[in-house]
Design a protein around this ligand. Sequence first.
Ligand code: URA
Length: 239
Amino acid sequence: MLAVRLAKYLAHSGVASRRAAERLIAEGRVTVAGEVVTDPARDVDETSGVRFEGEPVGVESREVFALNKPAGVVSTARDTHGRPTVVSLVPSERRLYPVGRLDADTTGLILLTNDGELANQLTHPRYEVPKTYVASVVPEGVPERALRALREGVELDDGLTSPALVRLVRPGLLEITISEGRKRQVRRMLEAVGHRAVALERVAFGPLRLGRLARGEHRRLSAAEIERLRKAAATIPRS
Ligand code: URA
């Protein structure tokens, strides 16, 4: 592994986000080869002996899981109303965070990871990672002009949406791919063209598909899958 800045190394290893890692370093909680280092720009690699509060830190401890989120489960790390969270559905020794959000009533693919850097990249608007949803809508008849509006961009109260890829699978069932991540975006887009989503499922996140993962089930991603996600997050399609 190439040497990287200490703050980035900690973020990659899932200790904290890059900014939080800089704070931990400044607070003197990180050592390199036994010495406290307060410079977040110090170059380190896996052989440098990085420790956080005495615990060895290494990128091999990175974990990414795919979960098929059931309805009624929230995708924040904790819920003030006592509802189950996506984190509680994936047992791990590590502290996992959801990558982005799904509404409580949305089902399907959500990623959880302890890799703060990857999570930030995957959700940063700049990288426009495409996400695909399948929506059951009412009324079932979706006219051509509604499809065209979704494809061209619809005006929401927080501005015009970017063009979406939209496919009418059958009456009442739409597949929609968007690369933005605004709150309740797909539901609001559908409402803007006169339809209500009665069910919404995310079936793909960047290069990753939900596949046969059953509702409520999770699986750990392989190194190759993580690498593909990382590449997707590093590609900037537009300036
Ligand atoms: N769009 C929505 O409306 N809801 C989600 O959960 C995700 C995308």
